[in-house]
Design a protein around this ligand. Structure first.
Ligand code: GLU
Length: 567
């Protein structure tokens, strides 16, 4: 079929379609309807109103932005199943929401009085697929989230050699506002106050003709480009004035820097401080920060405008610094647990980059002892517990705790592995046969849990097996297997199963373990619900297979959604 016709077929009913159907298809791919890349298509659709659109009309409509439209229509974006991914994220979002520990920063009124209940998560993929949950439109000062980008700004303008003379790149292991410096009197890195103050001085010293506010404006312009111009980058005078009134410690740092190696190009200390404090007082929201993070994840090219905002080399250096020092003196633990470049700020934002996949930003004002948003850090940890997003998850050698991976490339790899496994079973491969046998054992043990084997149970077992392995087993064989298991006298076939799974575990890779859990899952859910007893069984099987509890929860939530979704 002609490729244009293929696209049309995705939205057509009886030879015509509507603007609404086209918009729905685009939106479900994760592309927003106000995306600049589809602006002219959207304008034409709007003009059409409710009118029916035939193939000729469709062709005329989409020509100009065909490539983008085609990728969205055919789910060829970096996260192909965007809807599924969004609902998984929602599960994590809700999981974190009840956490009310920590407290707002209280050194200035505007932060002290911010609503601590606010909680938002925004995501933007490197293909510009976007989602937002909760308070993602609330503007807040970006505070220390500004620091890595002031560094990037300086790197882009001055080059790394010049910047290196004034600011180090070593993790400090000390609180963000520490007065301590490296032995050569340079600040440890650009993500702690001393380094960011020096960076402000470097930037300010490069344009002596501009005042502090104008210099801040050039950095705000960078933020606007990074965030694709979806909303204005604001400046909070109130924050700036309070910051200046309370900046005694930061002034101490500034004097120390001037007394040590001296300030770059003899920049005025007060101007340097004004630029630093102004950068903290820039206001953005989580939606905007998520796009900025996605621009970094995408090597400096903003996913929704296509603009190369920073060079890839500058982004590489910026991410390296964020990875080593982005979360104050908790950066080492964060790298261990989450393994992603990130930057937090005391207003409650965390901006996180997953290179080549997406950026995200969280907002929740209550902070932990290190000054990081409690919910933000917890969201990151829970996300990485469920998805293979930790930088070293790629090391897992097929044993990641069966974490999910929404990337298109991984999706096709999974399909291929599954096809291979099916094929290998049919040829008697030892490993594949083991997985197959354990799947059957799981199904039987769950079926026998109520002590009997009924014909409908055998039928649903056969059905589940056929769906997974693509081959329908003989119900009589299943019946015989179940009877044999029962006859072995194992009073508790389920306990025996768990023991067997634990024994076999060292030999099973993620694919095998996933299939075994899936077979258990399908049998447990065959009657259309997961009863408390079945829930316990599934959790026990997941534990025996060393599958992360969070991953199982995603699976259960997906199943429940399928039940409630109108077909
Ligand atoms: N304005 C704050 C300060 O310099 C920023 C702190 C932060 O977000 O870490 O103290």
């Amino acid at each position: 079929m002609d490729r244009l016709r293929e696209l049309f077929a995705l939205v057509e009913v009886n030879g015509t379609t509507t603007a609404k159907a086209i918009q729905a298809r685009i939106a479900s791919s994760g592309i927003c309807l106000d995306d600049f890349r589809l602006a002219s298509t959207m304008a034409k659709l709007k003009a059409l109103g409710k009118r029916k659109i035939d193939f000729a009309g469709f062709s005329a409509l989409v020509g100009e932005e065909l490539l983008m439209l085609s990728r969205a229509f055919k789910r060829q974006l970096v996260i192909p199943d965007w809807q599924e991914f969004c609902t998984d994220i929602e599960t994590v979002f809700k999981h974190v929401a009840p956490d009310r520990s920590g407290s707002n920063a209280d050194y200035i009124p505007i932060l002290r009085d911010a609503d601590p209940e606010k909680w938002g998560v925004a995501i933007c993929s490197v293909d510009g697929q976007r989602m937002g949950l909760g308070d993602v439109d609330v503007y807040h000062s970006i505070q220390s989230v500004s620091k890595p980008l002031t560094y990037a700004f300086g790197l882009a303008r001055e080059g790394v050699e010049f910047i290196n003379q004034f600011v180090g790149v070593e993790p400090s292991g000390r609180p963000f506002n520490s007065l301590e410096l490296l032995p050569d009197q340079r600040p440890f890195n650009p993500c702690v106050n001393a380094g960011a103050i020096m960076m402000a001085g470097l930037v300010a010293s490069g344009t002596p003709e501009l005042d502090a506010r104008q210099i801040t404006q050039t950095i705000m312009d960078l933020w606007a480009n990074l965030s694709g111009g979806i909303a204005p980058v604001r400046f909070s005078e109130e924050t700036m004035l309070s910051e200046r009134e309370t900046a005694h410690n930061n002034f101490a740092i500034a004097y120390l820097l001037r007394g040590g190696r001296g300030l770059p190009r003899d920049v005025d200390l007060h101007k340097m401080m004004d630029v630093y404090l102004s950068c903290c007082s820039i206001e953005m929201n989580a939606q905007m920060l998520s796009i900025a993070a996605a621009t970094l994840a995408n090597g400096g090219v903003c996913p929704i405008t296509g603009q190369q905002v920073l060079s890839t080399d500058v982004v590489k250096k910026t991410l390296s610094v964020m990875q080593a020092s982005g979360l104050y003196d908790n950066a080492g633990t964060f790298t261990l647990e989450v393994g992603l470049p990130a930057k937090s700020g005391v207003a409650g934002a965390v901006m996180v980059v997953i290179p080549n996949l997406m950026g995200f930003a969280t907002f929740s004002p209550r902070l932990d002892a290190y000054g990081n948003s409690v919910r933000g850090v917890s969201f990151c940890a829970q996300l990485v517990d469920r998805f293979t997003f930790h930088i070293y998850d790629s090391l897992s050698g097929g044993r990641s705790g069966c974490k999910r991976d929404p990337r298109a490339s991984q999706h096709s790899r999974k399909q291929r592995d599954l096809t291979d496994l099916r094929w290998a079973v049919s040829h008697g491969d030892r490993y594949a046969t083991k997985v197959r046998d354990l799947m059957l054992d799981c199904m039987v043990a769950i079926t026998l849990a109520d002590g009997e084997i009924e014909a409908p149970e055998i039928a649903s077992m056969a059905e589940a097996y056929a769906e997974i392995m693509g081959e329908r087993p003989d119900p009589q064989d299943l019946q015989a297997l179940a009877e044999a298991t029962q006859a072995q006298g194992a009073e508790a076939p389920f306990d025996a199963l768990l023991e067997r799974l634990r024994q076999e575990l060292p030999l099973l890779d993620d694919n095998g373990r996933e299939l075994i859990l899936e077979s258990a899952f399908r049998v447990a859910c065959a009657d259309g619900e997961i009863e408390p007893e079945e829930d316990l069984q599934l959790r026990a099987i997941a534990r025996a297979l060393a599958i992360n509890e969070g991953v199982l929860e995603l699976e259960i939530a997906r199943f429940q959604r399928r039940l409630t979704r109108p077909s």
